[in-house]
Design a protein around this ligand. Structure first.
Ligand SMILES: Nc1ncnc2c1ncn2[C@@H]1O[C@H](COP(=O)(O)OP(=O)(O)OP(=O)(O)O)[C@@H](O)[C@H]1O
Ligand SMILES: [Mg+2]
Length: 112
């Protein structure tokens, strides 16, 4: 299994969710976050300490899928979330060791 962590522009959430559902994704976590990428993370010195300023609101998606689906899901997110302007987001893919559906005790891909 793979964990796909994607940050997207908030106004893209509904479109991305619909595309992911069509692509067979059955569950995901959604969090409102703030962050910065290559433009917005300039720092400033204030009273001797360095602070990061200009955090930008983003939506973070966390999606666990069978490993065989990961490439297709990354492609779906990329296509749907892309505007071509700066700040379209980032996607990271990580290995997942174990999953458990609490209600039934089903594990791994059966738990997704
Ligand atoms: N190295 C990183 N580690 C973790 N999260 C990151 C990293 N870089 C960017 N992000 C996340 O992505 C968001 C910024 O996305 P953004 O699309 O602006 O990235 P970017 O690298 O600046 O690309 P772009 O040039 O398209 O703006 C941040 O809010 C943060 O959530
Ligand atoms: Mg950026």
């Amino acid at each position: 299994m793979k964990l796909i962590i994607a940050t997207i522009k908030p106004f893209k959430l509904e479109e991305v969710r619909e595309a992911l559902t069509e692509a067979g994704v059955r569950g995901m976590m959604v969090t409102e976050i703030k962050g910065f990428g290559s433009q917005s993370g300039h720092t400033e010195i204030y009273r001797g300490a360095e602070y990061a300023v200009n955090f930008v609101p983003k939506i973070k998606l966390e999606i666990v899928v069978p490993a065989t689906m990961a490439d297709q899901i990354v492609e779906t997110i990329t296509k749907t979330a892309k505007t071509g302007k700066i700040g379209d987001g980032k996607i990271f893919v990580l290995d997942v060791e174990q999953a458990m559906r609490v209600r039934t005790g089903e594990t791994n891909e059966d738990a997704l």
